[in-house]
Design a binder for this molecule. Structure first.
Ligand code: SF4
Length: 71
């Protein structure tokens, strides 16, 4: 089941199936959907580089029903 965040919400990567943690201290956060690693939360990188919110959020099974707002 694909669940996408609403337009007025920034998706919480920590509840997304595409999020992963790396061993790289300078790039500890990763996104499999967009295929990058970064120091910042991937959804913040997507927003700052494209000007649009992430459209690939998929909630992990068992995660909170509604994506948590980060700001
Ligand atoms: S798909 Fe979006 S919400 Fe999921 S980890 Fe990547 S940037 Fe974050």
């Amino acid at each position: 089941m694909v669940v996408r965040a609403g337009d007025d919400e920034r998706p919480d990567c920590l509840h997304c199936v595409h999020y992963f943690v790396t061993w790289e201290s300078d790039r500890p956060r990763g996104c499999r959907a967009y295929e990058f690693k970064s120091a910042e939360l991937p959804s913040d990188v997507v927003f700052s580089s494209s000007g649009e919110r992430c459209q690939c959020f998929e909630r992990k099974p068992g995660a909170k029903r509604k994506p948590r707002l980060l700001r």
